[in-house]
Design a protein around this ligand. Sequence first.
Ligand code: FPP
Ligand code: MG
Length: 298
Amino acid sequence: MVSAVERKIEQYIDELDDKFVSTLYRKLPHGKRLRTKLILKIAGSDLKVIKTAATVEMIHAASLLHDDVIDDANTRRGKVSINASEGNKTAIMMGDILYSKAFFELTSISTEIAKVISNAVVQLSLGELADVELSKRFHTNRDAYLKMLYQKTASLMEASAEAGAILVGKNREAYRKYGRNLGLAFQMIDDILDITADSKTLGKPALHDFVEGKVTLPYIYLYEKLDINDRQKLISLHKKRLTPQNEKWIKEKMAEHKIIDEAYSEAKELVVEAIELMESLGERDLSSIAKAMIEREF
Ligand code: FPP
Ligand code: MG
């Protein structure tokens, strides 16, 4: 029923009665609709469920439009990003329009759902701000990084799962935890793939995070393992365009110290916890979604 959510978003966009906005919306790549899949699997396909998923996807899309401006990105999911093709001003306003319309629609679902989702957007914004701050210089603050990861990515997945549970009277705490673990693992795996996957699969250059200034968990773990000279070298490469030799050096050091295995096991632990939780509740489809996450390649 993901298509019912797509149609609901299209209806919301049509209601804005603005041809340019409709054209811009059609240019946005849809992505995996992971949050929709969670909500539908938890809560079925009642109108309120479809509306909740539609608002969450619109908020997610808005956050990515703003994120691409902040990151000065040229592509999104392998396609030219809106900020790159239309300019920053248009990308920001399109984000604001999607976000505001989503909130307008949320208020007619229920106060409880609106509270859960809007609180996640506060977290999302705090997380993005923390990401910007953390990316300014090299750091090794794992706790600050994990907090930012939770806020920036896990909070909306957590809220999606919780909202789904509220809509059908399931145990909101259990589903909230499931969403949180999945969100954290999702971003941790994203960070790993930025190092291991080839640029064609990712739709962005390899080691892009580090070049952008993002010191993700594998880099923090690598730093801890390196000797003093190599630590200096790693710091000197932060936020720089990497030569093929330096790219190779980082990847070799990651392999030598088994950093990817370490980071992957951490993500896997969270996923296993999510799987066990869902199996204990008889939610086989939801445990399958979690399983697929640790096997994904992009
Ligand atoms: C992607 O991070 C960014 C997010 C998941 C959240 C961005 C949140 C905001 C801009 C604040 C909220 C704003 C609104 C309007 C709701 P990334 O840059 O690490 O990932 P990427 O590789 O996909 O760009
Ligand atoms: Mg970004």
